[in-house]
Design a protein around this ligand. Sequence first.
Ligand code: FE2
Length: 300
Amino acid sequence: MSQTRYAGPIREAAVHPHALVEQGFATDEMLAAVLDRYPAELFDINLYDYDEAGQVSLRTGARGRLDGAELLAAIQQGRLWVNLREVETGWPELWAAAMAEFRAIARATPGLKAIRNAGQLILSSPRARVPYHFDAAGVVLFHMRGRKRVFVYPGDEAHLPEQSMELVVARQTTEELPYDLAFEADARVVDLEPGQALTWPIYAPHRVENLDRFCVSLSMDFQTWPTRFRNGALYTNAVARSRGGRPRPTDRMGPPELAARWAASLALKRMGALENRIAHLERDFEPAVDVPDGARALGA
Ligand SMILES: [Fe+2]
């Protein structure tokens, strides 16, 4: 059974070996040095809380003033999820090694042709959990330190409504999708150890729980021509819906129609058809050592 209704080369979640750990990329010394020099504007720092129905609320952090070793300690002691974007520019040595690993996985996956790759280095606290979401791209999650439990769900309309995808692709909302505890019956569960990389069907919803240890992973996303066309079509549909239209779902469109809607999306984006509503998130806290959750409130 394929887990997604969008044709893609990855039929189901699969684990691949990788050699990034033995190359020394995940040691405390290395990470502290990287945190010291990484550009502040490329940090996302999140703190997630969940209620009993599994519904998430998000607080966002500023980079703050801690040095690399202190920030690392705050993550290791706290309840933080820290994302360093654009690893391809922020840490070129790790990126080169990861791209070599990606090429090996792509060679082993017939039909997988990436046209653009980007990476996020994720440092997360021992009990951090990432909420249910999807990525508008293919993903390879290179796990490097700690243990993570990844839950992958079917990419059908019930688990991944196209209207929600439109809002994410058009940056009208963050990546969270509507979530129901009943989805858990449909999850494929994979426990990841350092040295393992996980792939899943393109667009498949997923969430992550750390298993009681500080975790380090490189999340590499990639676009293919089909994902670029579909994302463009979803954007065009989002614009049409914002103007009262009722566009056809993209899963009923063939390649020519998807390509035409992608082309339309380029013009719509140039015109600024939809305002980016998540560009200026208010920051709630900054990381701190020896305080609850590793977070000190800002602007209190
Ligand atoms: Fe993701």
